[in-house]
Design a protein around this ligand. Structure first.
Ligand SMILES: *Cc1c(COP(=O)(O)O)cnc(C)c1O
Length: 421
């Protein structure tokens, strides 16, 4: 249930026809459903609460940092998983409670650490001993205490695309699990750090629970080892990574199945469980609405359906070879097989090759589904295109939640030095 559905052959977001949004806002535009975001948040929170542990759900801001989206998450009782000072500022601006904010990432810089300390965030996920030493020095110098977890790298293949796999030994994330216990002890002895837990996140768009379970089992063993050594471990952060269905008919583990596995593996841990879901909440709560510019027919080849969205607006197909379902805003019985491409001058600007779709012609509207996560957040202005607009629907109303940034506004930030005159 994602609240994008056909009514009388016309695709709606909740009660709003997408054609109306295209007419008023223009295309390309991301469209999010408030109801779908809420529903996914509730389903997830209930699923991970199955075992009865205290839970903190921290929405992965990088999946969709839009302030209105973050506000929906806050209203659903979510905190935020942030990976930069910019994301921290957004989470705070959206009213997320500081104690439910987690700061992840291997390259936190001193001013970002200071900003997190000043905000009083709930947890820094430390990804190296070097980072821990630096955070300790900064916190101690400011007379502050950083509440921390140590992120481990369990050396587990998440079985996902290599560019979004984060839990293998060769990845830059976390500390090797076999070095974690002594490192935790050294960090716990430092001033300014309060080591409260351990964390793991092995990758994104996971299609199987097995690697997650293996990682959580290792985390549980580490918790036992740390406690045996006299440390108190009150928080276990299980990360994000649960995949979503990108292709009609695909079978993926459900949040309920994930929650049941978590309850089974974490039984007896006696910790607060933390989660950092992004894609599973936002992915299917958004579409990228686009208009066909023209259909180019070449001899001996499927036609090119050229749309006004491009790889700068939705990078996942070009970056990861990702599949996004492509559906017409107005249904019709005729079908065609097409290559769906954007206007950018790069062959990588291809959304689909040899794809069977409903027949389309110039001016027709269509959507790329599953675009609510890692869509707008990865947009760029490549080819001097503007930054795509974003809209949120709420029942029968909608609002622009991010203006389109025009190419003129982008070039207005550029300067030509006078020595080039
Ligand atoms: C990206 C990321 C997430 C979110 O991953 P999803 O696959 O979107 O759930 C969670 N935690 C960390 C540390 C991340 O880097």
């Amino acid at each position: 249930m994602d609240h994008f559905h056909y009514r009388d052959g016309e695709l709606h977001a909740e009660d709003v026809p997408l054609a109306r949004i295209a007419e008023q806002i223009g295309t390309p535009v991301y469209v999010y459903s408030r109801a779908a975001l809420e529903r996914h948040a509730r389903v997830f929170r209930e699923a991970v609460g199955q075992g009865g542990a205290r839970t903190i759900c921290a929405f992965a801001v990088k999946s969709n940092p839009n302030l209105a989206v973050l506000r929906v998450m806050r209203r659903e009782g979510f905190g935020a998983d942030v990976v930069s000072g910019g994301e921290l500022a957004r989470a705070l601006a959206a009213g997320m409670p500081a104690e439910a904010i987690v700061f992840s990432g291997v390259g936190k810089q001193a001013p970002e650490m200071a900003a997190g300390l000043d905000a009083g965030i709930g947890q820094f996920n430390i990804e190296s001993e070097e980072e821990g030493l630096e955070l300790s020095a900064i916190a101690a110098a400011r007379g502050q205490q950083a509440s921390c977890a140590l992120r481990i790298n369990p050396d587990i293949d998440a079985g996902t695309h290599e560019k979004i796999s984060t839990g293998k030994r060769d990845n830059k994330f976390g500390v090797p699990i076999d070095q974690a216990a002594p490192m935790f002890a050294r960090l716990a002895a430092l001033p300014g750090l309060s080591m409260r837990g351990v964390a793991v996140h092995i990758g994104s768009q996971l299609a199987s629970l097995a690697p997650l379970e293996a990682a959580f089992v290792r985390l549980g063993e580490l918790i036992a080892e740390l406690r045996a050594a006299g440390h108190s471990v009150s928080h276990a952060d299980l990360g994000g990574g649960l995949g979503v269905c990108h292709k009609a008919g695909e079978i993926l583990p459900t949040p309920q199945e994930y929650g049941a596995m978590v309850a089974r593996v974490t039984k007896g841990w006696d910790t607060t469980l933390m989660f950092e879901p992004g894609r599973v909440i936002a992915g299917n709560a958004g579409v990228l609405l686009t208009r066909v510019v023209r259909v180019k027919r070449n001899a001996n080849r499927d036609p090119f359906v050229i749309v006004d969205a491009a790889m700068n607006d939705l990078a996942r197909p070009a970056l990861y070879g990702a599949w996004h379902d492509f559906e017409p805003v107005r249904l019709r019985p005729e079908r065609m097989t097409a290559n769906i491409v954007g206007p950018i001058c790069e062959s990588g600007d291809t959304f689909a090759t040899g794809r069977p779709i409903v027949a389309m012609g110039a001016g027709d509207l269509a959507v790329f589904r599953t675009a609510g996560a890692y869509g707008a957040s990865m947009a760029s202005s490549y080819n001097s295109r503007g930054l795509v607009a974003e809209v949120m629907v709420d029942n029968e109303r909608f609002a622009t939640v991010a203006d389109r940034i025009t190419p003129e506004a982008i070039s207005a930030a550029e300067r030509v030095p006078d020595w080039l005159d």
